[in-house]
Design a protein around this ligand. Structure first.
Ligand code: C5P
Length: 234
């Protein structure tokens, strides 16, 4: 199969079906815009299966997304979207770069949900964008940006509720959207690479911060999150 794209965590292949791609998830892990590199054993398998479960759950709640079906534990069939070069970040609790930038203590519940946008551009180091930047770069129209914001908030609500049932707090997460047959739909992945998830009782970090901050037991945390979510399927 022809490989269309190889990113830091995924490979995308063309198929012989029109408008359908295969995404294969890798164990490679990077952080701090590629400065820290490593591998997380079984990460590809976890991220594929977790994304499949969550995309299905979101579809059931009326959130259109690129997921078609799981092909194997490490691969999924997706709709061939044109990715919009925006990282859409939703935050419920202060952590990571928000804590650093604004001097907020990590773990502080935010008064209201925060949405941020970054420009998906490795050379520029994914800079933060405001609405005016998005306008002058012509990434999406004002109406499309309003639509993305509204979907992002809805997705946050659905995911928060779903994770709470599994004893996990959704601290923050990153989404990517794409255009498919004229519509904007949710794409990319939803995994411990792209979400901060803390155990509801112990506040233990169950996500990529274990890799970023060398906290150990990275694979174990990823697998634990997947195992808790798998109960959704049963
Ligand atoms: O680092 P920061 O605090 O800005 O990250 C916010 C959220 O977005 C985290 O859940 C992080 O895992 C996710 N993120 C991502 N990919 C990036 C940047 C952030 O998945 N390139």
């Amino acid at each position: 199969m022809e490989m269309l794209y190889e990113g830091k965590a995924k490979r995308v292949y063309k198929t012989n079906i029109n408008d359908v791609y295969i995404v294969s998830y890798k164990d490679d892990a990077t952080a701090f815009n590629g400065i820290k590199k490593g591998k997380i054993k079984n990460k590809g398998l976890v991220n594929n299966q977790m994304s499949a479960i969550l995309f299905k759950a979101l579809e059931d709640k009326g959130i259109e997304n690129h997921f078609i079906e799981k092909l194997s534990d490490g691969e999924m069939l997706v709709k061939a979207v044109d990715i919009i070069p925006l990282e859409v970040i939703v935050r419920n609790v202060a952590a990571g770069s928000l804590s650093k930038r604004l001097g907020l203590e990590e773990g502080m519940q935010l008064k209201s949900t925060v949405i941020e946008f970054s420009y998906k551009n490795d050379q520029l180091g994914d800079p933060l964008l405001n609405d005016d930047h998005i306008e002058i770069l012509e990434i999406v129209s004002k109406e499309e940006l309003a639509y993305i914001r509204q979907k992002a908030l809805k997705i946050n609500e659905i995911l928060q509720q779903l994770f709470i049932k599994k004893g996990l707090r959704l601290i923050d997460f990153k989404m990517e959207f794409g255009k498919y047959k004229g519509n904007i739909i949710l794409a990319d992945e939803i995994s411990p690479d792209t979400c901060r998830l803390w155990d509801l009782e112990t506040n233990e970090k169950m996500d990529k911060d274990r890799f970023r901050r060398d906290l150990g037991n990275v694979t174990e945390a990823y697998e634990e999150v997947l195992n808790r979510l798998k109960e959704l399927e049963e």
